[in-house]
Design a binder for this molecule. Structure first.
Ligand SMILES: [Zn+2]
Length: 250
């Protein structure tokens, strides 16, 4: 069994951003997971998709940078594709730029458009789902996602940020307790909680457990890459996460 991974060589584009959010993030993951991945190329998202979550003003500000605008639309398109696949089976979007710090009328933290919120809002609009649970496991609070979904009763947003490690895993289990009640679960998968990354919290084995917990609580699961900056082990951690998902579904 292979896991659907939405990926494009466009994510190697060296658009204008901070040094740590580099194209190497994508290659370091790709080569560690390619043997267990069924690679799927995403489409660009449309302006209408962007408008589901963002103001014209914010969209126009990204549009001024051609290269970035293109990749950011591809990244959001990747999240959409992963969400569509998740209606059948769990998927992962290996995408950049990340999205969870992009709100309705602001962006920052290496994020430009909110990939997760765009994917969920699109499926809701198309009537493919009626409810969604978003769980953000990145080290940083998904302030952009919260900003966009906070008044939408169809979407529940949970952010896991507990310390130490035992509390993190406990809070995650709690967050997933009612996951089966939702039509889809979206995981904002940041790997910057890793023990050698900025968060200094979780092990590679923990990411496997996390993947297992997500997929066993609701197989209509899509996960999208957010943070994760410790390049030497980033691919291993994503692989562990995917193996956890696959184990839950086997
Ligand atoms: Zn982060």
């Amino acid at each position: 069994m292979k896991i659907p991974v939405v990926y494009s060589e466009d994510f190697y584009t060296d658009y204008d951003t901070v040094d740590c959010e580099s194209p190497d993030r994508i290659s370091s993951i790709y080569f560690k997971i390619v043997d267990i991945a069924e690679i799927i190329e995403p489409d660009l998202c449309t302006i209408e998709d962007l408008k589901l979550c963002h103001s014209d003003e914010l969209i126009d500000s990204v549009k001024k940078k051609d290269e970035l605008y293109y990749v950011a639309k591809k990244s959001a398109g990747g999240a959409i594709k992963a969400a569509q696949i998740a209606l059948e089976r769990p998927s992962f979007a290996l995408i950049r730029p990340p999205g969870h710090h992009a709100g309705y009328n602001f962006n920052g933290g290496f994020c430009f458009f909110n990939n997760m919120a765009i994917a969920i809002k699109k499926l809701l609009k198309e009537g493919k789902i009626n409810s969604a649970l978003i769980v953000d496991i990145d080290l940083h609070y998904g302030n952009g996602t919260y900003d966009i979904v906070k008044n939408d009763e169809r979407i529940r947003f949970k952010n896991i940020d507990a310390y130490p490690r035992g509390n993190f895993m406990r809070d995650l289990r709690d967050a997933l307790e009612e996951a089966a009640d939702f039509d889809i679960v979206g995981c904002s998968a940041g790997f910057d909680t890793y023990i050698k990354d900025w968060g200094a919290l979780l092990t590679t084995e923990d990411f496997k457990t996390i993947g297992y917990l997500f997929a066993s609580s609701n197989p209509n699961l899509f996960s999208i890459l957010e943070g994760g900056y410790y390049i030497p082990d980033l691919g291993l951690n994503v692989r562990a996460f995917l193996e956890g998902i696959m184990e839950a579904c086997s």
